[in-house]
Design a protein around this ligand. Structure first.
Ligand code: SF4
Ligand code: SF4
Length: 134
């Protein structure tokens, strides 16, 4: 993830949704999986990231200020539910994700737009040249 990635200035989804996933993604079953100490059992099949299971969710793995500078402290080991959540218009060409919008709105942040990915401005139409008169 590059330093100017919009998610590094957001973090809203990590403090809005419950992050639950199949139990065996944790590192007591999968080497280099989600650190099990950062999870708790939700059901016989599911674990949940600690901090995201209540009415005011915020994942224990999230560091920083929402809408400021944030990072996931277990990024390479995060679960599939985190990996599979795309920011809107990822890389300027991805699809709109209304759930990204709703998480950002919860924290007073505007929805991401394609331009937030550094997409070039549409170029102005070329100025026509005066025709040469023989
Ligand atoms: S594990 Fe990382 S990406 Fe997933 S909710 Fe927590 S902070 Fe966010
Ligand atoms: S809410 Fe969207 S922009 Fe914000 S961190 Fe999550 S995916 Fe990225």
């Amino acid at each position: 993830m590059s330093a100017d990635h919009p998610c590094l200035r957001c973090g809203a989804c990590c403090a809005h949704f419950r992050a639950s996933f199949y139990w065996a993604e944790a590192d007591d079953a999968t080497p280099d999986g989600v650190p099990v100490a950062m999870t708790r059992k939700l059901t016989p099949q599911l674990r949940v990231m600690r901090g995201t299971e209540g009415s005011a969710p915020r994942c224990v793995a999230l560091m920083g200020d929402i809408g400021g500078s944030v990072r996931c402290t277990i990024h390479p080991r995060r679960s599939s539910v985190c990996r599979d959540f795309p920011p809107s218009y990822e890389d300027g060409t991805g699809a709109h994700n209304p759930r990204c919008d709703s998480a950002r709105a919860r924290w007073g942040l505007p929805p991401l737009m394609p331009e937030d990915w550094g997409a070039p401005e549409p170029s102005a139409p070329a100025t026509p040249e005066l025709p040469r008169v023989a």
